[in-house]
Design a protein around this ligand. Structure first.
Ligand code: AHR
Length: 498
């Protein structure tokens, strides 16, 4: 039996809701079909947005949505996506399947989607193939409140008032698809481009995201921060940036042969668990470099692309990155979100890749049908951590499961408190064994007021359009006082009150 000691009176850091963010790229069937079907579709929609998907996302309490990419962002020219749809310029989506992009989902549609979901906006600008002027005019178009050429254009296109851009990314993966730059080169471009990302809304200034590293590329983090981190400026409380990003995907079989989303043996399962746990090493690695420049932790780390990435489902377009989502993905989500909570002093935003029909999606669609994935249900349970305070907690007596380089601790956890209610989330990484976890609290008469679980009999289980409820959130009945018996391969949420 393992023990989870909770010091509920010791608050360590605030859990920014944005840690539970999402990412939607013009890639495959994420934006088109998944989120947006157009006003004339037979699929029930409001202003072109699928009603079923939006409703599911509202239920998830999505805090923030990143758009339009990804690699797509550095080829996106925003002016192609405004004005009458019939005359919008068409382009080739060279990154993702070489398909035609008709730009029918553009700036206005993105803000409408976020309005319907009820989330903050995170827009990613184009540094790789876009000009400073283009970026600066986009900001003016979206956020300038008075009379100006771009604000007038926005009004002409049906939106007189400014929108709120909460976060703005200055380029994406500029070490790779965003221009194959060196850190110093990008760092200098970042200084220049971000200058023209004007903060017209002084009361709620746009928060700027600088492109950070791929996986363990400490050279990039060091080089970028050396070049463009600046001590507080008159207009920038935190120097030139508010966030530095990090991208990390779990490829169980490696980048070239990632492996199937649904068919894997136990060894591959544990390899996946070990690779999900690696997120913590990466946060420590890049966080320690950030600490050198920014010991007060004013800059947040934004892990704005994370999740499992497998071979596409057989028979689907390889450029569309469509994959199924099993109990294994529920565990990736449970493990990763526990890590983010534990590091919420530095990690202040994260976006699961991606929202619908792409990579580790929370929703899959097929025509008018929609199915929620195991990952959806885990994120739904974990929503109670949003805006909570992380409290000190530690496990003891945890067994090791798996073997060799894929030997992993059986249990991971995180605990937060909000409005006097504790939220405890636990993941059991064993493919085969249940385990008891005894909760030990500091004091008071805590009792479990809600207990939920995402699990299934088999680590390969997933939901289909025919059978949507194989892996869903259910009531958890494995409590005996304050001792939980976690079934094999499960993610559990316990809520405790006095
Ligand atoms: O999410 C898919 C792609 O992965 C994104 O476009 C890119 O930023 C990353 O390499």
């Amino acid at each position: 039996m393992a023990t989870l000691k909770i010091n509920e009176n010791e608050k360590l850091s605030h859990i920014a809701p944005e840690i539970y963010g999402h990412f939607s790229e013009h890639l495959g069937r994420c934006v088109y079909e998944g989120l947006y079907v157009g006003e004339n579709s037979d699929i029930p929609n409001e202003n072109g947005m699928r009603k079923d998907v939006v409703e599911a996302l509202r239920e998830l309490k999505v805090p923030v949505l990143r758009w339009p990419g990804g690699c797509f962002a550095d080829e996106y020219h925003w002016k192609d996506g405004i004005g009458p749809k019939a005359t919008r310029k068409k382009m080739i989506n060279t990154n993702w399947g070489g398909v035609m992009e008709d730009n029918s989902f553009g700036t206005h549609e993105f803000f409408e989607l976020c309005r319907q979901i009820g989330c903050k906006t995170y827009i990613n600008g184009n540094v790789g193939s876009g000009s400073v002027r283009e970026m600066s005019e986009w900001i003016e178009y979206m956020t300038f409140p008075g009379v100006s050429p771009m604000a007038d254009e926005r009004a002409k296109n049906g939106h007189p008032g400014p929108w709120k851009v909460d976060f703005f990314g200055v380029g994406n993966e500029n070490w790779g698809c965003g221009g194959n730059m060196t850190p110093e080169y990008y760092g200098n471009l970042y200084r220049r481009y971000q200058t023209f990302v004007r903060r017209y809304d002084k009361a709620a200034p746009i928060k700027k995201v600088c492109c950070g590293a791929n996986v363990d590329d400490a050279f990039w983090t060091e080089g970028v921060l050396k070049t463009c981190f600046a001590q507080p400026q008159p207009d920038f409380a935190h120097g030139f940036m508010d966030f530095l990003s990090l991208h990390y995907y779990v490829h169980p079989g490696g980048w070239k042969h990632k492996g199937s989303a649904t068919q894997f043996d136990e060894e591959m399962f544990y390899t996946t668990m070990a690779k999900a746990l690696y997120m913590e090493d990466l946060i420590n690695l890049h966080g320690s470099i950030m600490d050198k420049y920014d010991p007060a932790k004013k800059i947040g780390m934004s892990v704005d692309e994370w999740g499992g990435w497998y071979d596409v489902e057989p028979g689907t377009n390889p450029g569309f990155l469509y994959q199924q989502n099993t109990v294994r993905d529920a565990l990736i989500a449970g493990i990763t979100l526990n890590i983010f909570n534990k590091h919420s002093d530095r990690v202040r935003m994260a976006c699961l890749a991606q929202m619908v029909n792409v990579l580790q999606a929370v929703v899959l669609t097929e025509g008018p049908e929609m199915v929620l994935t195991p990952t959806y249900h885990v994120m739904h349970m974990y929503r109670h951590h949003q805006d909570g305070d992380l409290v000190r907690s530690a496990l003891s007596g945890v067994k090791t499961v798996g073997a060799g380089s894929a030997a992993v601790p059986q249990i991971t956890e995180s605990v937060s408190v909000k409005d006097g209610v504790l939220t405890v989330t636990l993941a059991n990484l064993s493919a085969t064994d249940s385990e008891k976890v005894a909760l030990e609290l500091e004091g008071g008469d805590w009792r479990v007021c809600e207990a939920k679980i995402v699990a299934s009999g088999d680590i390969h289980d997933f939901n289909t359009f025919e059978r949507k409820d194989t892996v869903v959130e259910r009531d958890f009945t494995g409590m005996d006082g304050l001792t939980a018996t976690l079934p094999a391969a499960s993610v559990v949420e316990l809520r405790l009150s006095k």
